[in-house]
Design a protein around this ligand. Sequence first.
Ligand code: G1P
Length: 294
Amino acid sequence: MSKRVRTAVFPVAGLGTRFLPATKAMPKEMLTVVDRPLIQYAVDEAREAGIEHFVFVTGRNKAVIEDHFDRQFELEETLEMRGKTGALKELQRDLPSAGHTSFTRQQEPLGLGHAVWCARELVGDKPFALLLPDMIFRANPGVMKQMVEAYEERGGNIVGVEECDPADTASYGIVSRDEGPDSGFPITGMVEKPKPEDAPSNLFISGRYILQPEIFSLLSEQEKGAGGEIQLTDAMQTLMRRQSFTGVKYDGKVFDCGSKLGFLTANVAFALDREDLADGFREELRELGLTGEK
Ligand code: G1P
């Protein structure tokens, strides 16, 4: 039987240059979709999937992420005094238990593969989930939960994938697949950011993984790849020679909040999903000449 996945890694060291000046002094992971920071969506998704230990690979200017996952006594007391129990409960619910968060620094911007490698001591010799917080999902159950189900059935390594516009393959890791249901099929190859003419498919890696700890030793030897960075996809491709990789074409849709368009679309979609906002927001959109209908 496969070991349970208890630990999740969140690489949050990126500079967020695409969102300047918003991200000059604030981490991009704290940008909000409606009223929740991006990182909170990823942590919520991991918790729903049964994750208990949250490992953040941070960098300079990211200290506020650590504060976000801590208690704020003054604020809690004020909310309590003012009878704002709804907001208070929400704050308390969002927080992982004491001792269940760990932080380490990437130190140098050498790429996603290097960021993941920086978590090796905190993860140890166990399978782990990896969630890239730029990517958030409209999915029920959450994408990581769907992937944990596939993992419990098949073990090995699991990669979440979705179809992209074939013109966009150079923005993502792309996989090739064998026959099998969307809930779990063999991945036969993967390549980081191929040009459309070189892409083996339009199935892209959307930032959710369950990986075996053997990835760490491969990452420590990994040469620089696409964009001059140490690429996780390259190390996974090597691991594929020794271990199984299962693709999950999950039920749901990703919003790539690393791009302005994806981020703006996510704000609209998530606001329209909110009971407390949907009607009012639709009305505003209508007044702007937009329908806001689903
Ligand atoms: C990373 C991965 C890529 C994946 C993407 C999803 O790229 O290397 O395989 O498709 O995340 O967001 P990055 O966005 O860091 O360039």
